[in-house]
Design a protein around this ligand. Structure first.
Ligand SMILES: Cc1cc2nc3c(=O)[nH]c(=O)nc-3n(C[C@H](O)[C@H](O)[C@H](O)COP(=O)(O)OP(=O)(O)OC[C@H]3O[C@@H](n4cnc5c(N)ncnc54)[C@H](O)[C@@H]3O)c2cc1C
Length: 479
């Protein structure tokens, strides 16, 4: 009659969930438990958009667990008291969870594990969220990888891709502690995107999104994935961040996209998608080996970088009012939907850190607050990559030109016009640089710079030279 708890966190799924699968196969009764707002995760507790997603995802998970005969119990922290108290209340012999890698979670998990073990309750920690655990691969000299390609080659050889099935039954123990109804959990203050209209949080939504990607989008992924004006990527990131679908499941699905031309092989588009999943693993590898990086540069030479302080510029950037159309479109897409296209994430980050010389941590914090896919490893990695302070980072002289990038990746200006409706009437040749358009073009489009749409917040050419000088002074520092 053994009983187990499965402590669920960013693994809000039934399929390919090692902790749930193993517990369900080894114990008669299984109690899946979620703890909202555990201590220790305070600094990087979900932002308002993620919290809104999380509450919906938990509701979806609860329904799925019920359909298998179980009950999802939602408790509030501190985690050690909640897990140990629940385990003792239901007479659990064991507690299972899938491993987390974020520094604050690692610290809490150690405390919970110690408390459980000293109460005589077995703890089983399983790997469940990555293709390759972050401590498995080392370079020839025994250290962490700092360059993606060798990491990728090693990871590809090591990663498994046989997802586990969902458990057939989850039998709830006869008694369970009274959990907190999800409706009683307050959302975090702050504006949130209209998630219910735009997204379907939960495992079913993740599976549907993946199904659509592999049937309608993947065949053109390599050609379209850099284009924000085209629906050319999977948009699975929030589902992956909450663990509603596992990377292993996605890798296995990608491996089924086969092209035969005499011989059969995995399609290059599907392989390119799998490669993106390994960028996520790389970000976790770096977070594991450099746990200070959400707050501090990986390359310590950047500790002395002379970042500017300009609250007005920061605010204009946050609200999508910089006067650079592709940047404003991206920032507004994030505010409206909780998601931003990867190419545009790079452009907005470059404008903040290079043109405005504002600290990348201001950007990562704002993203954290507003993204439904906020993920500490990916967000930290992306910001440090653009800022130049991270591993395998963009070279210091790569300063994205928002006009050239806009014209290249949004050639008709469709993406800009979707998110910056003030520029709806601008012809494609001018939509990415309205400040250089002839007065007659502006008048015909109903645009008055400084009134209906801002003047550019900086002169990009001058800002670029300034950034080159500042960056050049600390070039290669801290390698
Ligand atoms: C400044 C900056 C901040 C970012 N912050 C986040 C974040 O908080 N959360 C997040 O999930 N991603 C983040 N990314 C990475 C990337 O932009 C998103 O993963 C991607 O846009 C999600 O869209 P998609 O699911 O359609 O991607 P697809 O192209 O369909 O890729 C599939 C999956 O691969 C992973 N992936 C793709 N690109 C990257 C990448 N560059 N780095 C790591 N993993 C990747 C993601 O899990 C993604 O869902 C950030 C990138 C930058 C430049």
């Amino acid at each position: 009659m053994s009983t187990a708890i499965v402590w669920m966190r960013n693994d809000l799924r039934l399929a390919d969930n090692p902790a749930l699968f193993t517990a369900a196969g080894s114990h008669r009764f299984v109690a899946p438990v979620v703890i909202v707002s555990p201590e220790g995760a305070d600094d990087w507790a979900p932002g308002s958009a993620s919290r809104a997603w999380q509450l919906r995802s938990l509701a979806a998970l609860g329904e799925r667990i019920e359909a298998l005969g179980g009950t999802l119990t939602v408790l509030t922290g501190p985690a050690a008291e909640a897990v140990v108290g629940c385990a003792q209340a239901i007479g659990a012999d064991a507690v299972y969870w899938n491993r987390r890698y974020e520094p604050s979670h690692v610290a809490v998990d150690e405390i919970v594990q110690r408390r459980l073990e000293s109460a005589g309750i077995a703890v089983h920690v399983l790997p469940g969220s990555l293709l390759v655990e972050p401590d498995v691969l080392t370079t020839q000299s025994g250290g962490a990888y700092k360059v993606f390609t060798p990491f990728f080659n090693a990871a590809l050889r090591t990663a498994e891709s046989l997802p586990l099935p969902a458990p057939e039954r989850i039998l709830a123990p006869p008694t369970l502690p009274r959990g907190v109804p999800l409706a009683a959990l307050p959302p975090r203050s702050g504006d949130v995107p209209d998630i219910d209209r735009l997204w379907t949080p939960g495992e079913v939504g993740a599976e549907t999104t993946a199904g659509r990607f592999f049937s309608e989008i993947v065949d053109d992924y390599e050609r379209t994935r850099e284009r924000p004006d085209i629906d050319g990527t999977s948009r699975l990131s929030p589902h992956i961040a909450f663990g509603e679908i596992s990377p292993r499941t996605l890798k296995a699905l990608a491996e089924k996209v086969v092209r035969c031309n005499g011989e059969c092989h995995v399609s290059e588009d599907a392989a390119a998608f799998t490669r993106q999943l390994f960028w996520r693993d790389f970000a976790y590898h770096l977070l594991h080996h450099y746990p200070h990086t959400p707050e501090l540069p990986l390359r310590r030479g950047f500790d002395v970088f002379p970042w500017s302080r300009d609250p007005d510029a920061l605010n204009a950037w946050r609200e999508g009012m910089t006067g650079f159309p592709i940047v404003d479109a991206g920032m507004r897409q994030m505010l409206a939907t909780g998601w931003m296209h990867n190419r545009v994430r790079m452009l907005v980050a470059s404008l903040l850190t290079k043109d405005l010389l504002l600290p990348w941590t201001e950007g990562s914090r704002w993203f954290w607050e507003r993204l439904v896919d906020a993920d500490l490893a990916n967000n930290t990695f992306g910001w440090q990559w653009v800022a130049g302070s991270g591993a395998d980072a963009a070279p210091y002289f790569r300063i994205f030109n928002p006009v050239i990038q806009g014209e290249r990746f949004d050639p008709d200006g469709a993406y800009v016009k979707q998110w910056v409706p003030e520029l709806e009437g601008m012809p494609p040749g001018w939509v990415h640089r309205p400040w250089s358009a002839p007065t007659s073009v502006l008048a015909a489009a109903g645009v008055t710079l400084g009134r209906t749409y801002p003047h550019p917040i900086v002169d990009h050419a001058a800002a670029r030279l300034r950034a080159l000088a500042v960056y050049g002074s600390i070039r290669n520092a801290g390698r």
